[in-house]
Write a protein that binds this ligand. Structure first.
Ligand SMILES: [Zn+2]
Length: 255
């Protein structure tokens, strides 16, 4: 796995990106959700990506971060609809008097001089997107790539064929990137290495699932028990969704 870049927890990460860590740690959310505050220095406006859970203290902390750089919120964006990223978004946007948008693939945004490009990256969920921040050579990856461990293909909303294509797309884009700013966990400073490791991990898991089926495992739970035997059982429900996605993928491929 790639090395991590510091600082990250609740601090300035690039000249245009600050992280505000939400107080919702857990097996799926790692240290908590990373809410990203983006802005061109001195512009007086900020873009907030993934306001996070519906937790007023956290939403207040995000507002404070925006005001600390003498900015007002001009736009609120989401990487995907999961509640740990989005549940507080409508309230946050309303409080800020800013629009909440879910932009589509290829959309190029310029907000107070800050440039962002939307990359559709379905797979974790059908609606997952990443944001390319060209002037900092950084990609905000949401839950498509995490700062630690691996992501979940949240079947049936998320689909493995989509996820593999999205990882390939991000891997290609990562040639120009210096940083990945994930939705959970630390910032990654070797984007190409992280994407290569993610693709390798997916290929390994798929081979393990195929081997488990060949050895007689029948159905999602049986496959999970074999393939995820060494993984904390608290993660098995999430693993079951990834296995369901893999079985669907293999069936569609005619394996
Ligand atoms: Zn998610």
């Amino acid at each position: 796995m790639s090395r991590t870049a510091e600082p990250w927890r609740g601090g300035r990460v690039t000249s245009r990106a600050w992280c505000v860590l939400a107080p919702n740690p857990g097996p799926m959310t790692l240290d908590g959700t990373n809410t990203w505050v983006l802005g061109e220095p001195g512009s007086g406006v900020a873009v907030v990506v993934d306001p996070g859970p519906d937790d007023q203290a956290h939403l207040d902390a995000v507002h404070e971060r925006v005001h600390a750089v003498d900015a007002e919120v001009a736009l609120v964006l989401l990487t995907h609809h999961h509640p740990d990223h989005a549940a507080g978004a409508a309230a946050f946007a309303a409080q800020a008097g800013a629009p909440l948008r879910a932009p589509t693939d290829g959309t190029a945004l310029t907000v107070g001089g800050l440039r962002l490009e939307v990359l559709a990256t379905p797979g974790h969920t059908a609606d997952s997107v990443c944001f390319w921040l060209p002037d900092d050579a950084a990609i905000l990856t949401g839950d498509t790539v995490l700062g630690r461990g691996t992501s979940v293909v949240a079947h049936p909303d998320g689909r493995l064929a989509d996820y593999l294509a999205s990882l390939a797309r991000l891997h290609e884009r990562s040639a120009d990137a210096a940083l990945l700013l994930p939705g959970h966990g630390p910032v990654l400073d070797d984007p190409a290495g992280a994407l290569a490791a993610y693709r390798e991990h997916r290929a390994q898991r798929l081979a393990q699932v195929e081997a488990a089926i060949a050895a007689g495992a029948d159905g999602v739970d049986a496959v999970v028990a074999v393939v995820y035997a060494d993984v904390d059982r608290a993660l098995w429900p999430a693993a079951a969704r990834s296995v369901a996605a893999q079985l669907e993928y293999l069936n569609a491929r005619g394996a």
